[in-house]
Design a protein around this ligand. Structure first.
Ligand SMILES: NC(=O)C1=CN([C@@H]2O[C@H](COP(=O)(O)OP(=O)(O)OC[C@H]3O[C@@H](n4cnc5c(N)ncnc54)[C@H](OP(=O)(O)O)[C@@H]3O)[C@@H](O)[C@H]2O)C=CC1
Ligand SMILES: O=C(O)[C@@H]1CCC=N1
Length: 274
């Protein structure tokens, strides 16, 4: 694991520091990255960022000539406006690590110059509690050292997996990038169903939230497969089996519904890439 303090000499730049940029920065600072080795470009900085700036982080200040890494964490819709401001850093040994959904590596190469190492990463918001999962893939100029550096940076907020190539990125975005939202919606839907069965709203929400987070933690820690954990809950002829008959219906169950949802997200990723 690379020592984040090693980045201090050349510096690390964040272009955009909203939810995802902040989650990553918090993880890095927690692992010993020095505040004065971080430059953040962000039009509307949070109070948290302003507090860090008071303690040495460079906020909306002139950038170093050749930082080790630029993390790009603006929304894809802002990319065409934001990225060209860093054009001077392209092609000069700075690794561009981007978490933006949809925007293809070719866009960065066009904007920053073909000699620029680019790694595209797809994290997710459990990064905020160190339990994210991030998938990465790079252009041909991204060396093994660059990939290892990206892995070291991103492992500060959870697991990291390498993809076979960029062609897998839309599916990954639709599964793990957007996936936490599906789980949060499951909590909402479960609570609403409990209310429909007569429970008061606060109790239904407490039960639903604890059930989803508890089941998630069990899935995280237990050696069994998800299928076995499901079977462990299901008494023959009991209540769970009755619910699963609905949820596992081949036509109207959660399987085909989830396929439609994930396909919609992947299709949107492909649209954003155009
Ligand atoms: N949220 C998620 O679950 C995930 C997000 N991503 C990707 O991460 C990226 C960031 O998303 P997220 O953190 O949620 O979004 P946010 O809107 O929270 O963060 C984006 C930040 O970039 C800032 N910004 C806008 N224009 C510029 C500019 N010209 N220069 C510098 N900064 C600018 C925005 O400022 P302002 O608010 O003032 O406009 C904002 O603070 C996106 O590309 C998204 O696709 C990837 C995986 C998961
Ligand atoms: O909704 C989005 O576009 C981003 C990408 C993955 C999660 N959030």
């Amino acid at each position: 694991m690379m020592n984040l303090a090693d980045l201090g000499r050349r510096g690390l730049v964040l272009l955009g520091c909203g939810k995802m940029g902040s989650a990553l920065l918090e993880g890095w600072l927690g692992r010993g990255l020095a505040l004065n080795s971080v430059w953040v470009t962000e039009p509307f900085p949070s109070d948290w960022l302003k507090g860090l700036a008071a303690r040495g982080l460079h906020l909306n200040a002139p950038l170093p000539d050749a930082p080790a890494v630029v993390l790009v964490a603006v929304k894809p819709q802002m990319m065409a406006e934001a990225l060209p401001t860093l054009g001077a850093l392209g092609g000069g040994g700075t690794l561009f690590l981007t978490v933006a959904a949809g925007t293809p590596i070719a866009f960065y190469e066009r904007t920053l110059g073909p000699g620029t190492p680019v790694i595209r990463a797809m994290p997710n918001t459990p990064a905020a509690v160190g339990r994210g999962i991030t998938a990465i893939t790079g252009n041909p100029l991204a060396s093994e050292d660059h990939l290892a550096l990206a892995e070291a940076l991103l492992s500060a907020v959870g697991q990291v997996v390498r993809l076979e190539g960029e062609h897998q990125m839309d599916a990954v975005t639709a599964l793990s990038g957007s996936g936490p939202a599906y789980v949060f919606h499951l909590i909402e839907a479960l609570a609403a169903a409990g209310e429909a069965e007569g429970l008061p709203a606060p109790l239904a929400m407490q039960l639903a939230r604890a059930t989803v987070t508890g089941a998630g933690e069990l899935a995280h820690r237990a050696p069994e497969t998800a299928a076995q954990l499901r079977i462990n809950v299901t008494s023959p002829g009991g209540t769970t089996a009755a619910a699963l008959a609905v949820l596992m219906d081949a036509d109207t169950g959660l399987g085909p519904l989830m396929q439609r949802a994930v396909k919609a997200a992947a299709d949107r990723g492909r649209e954003l890439a155009r």
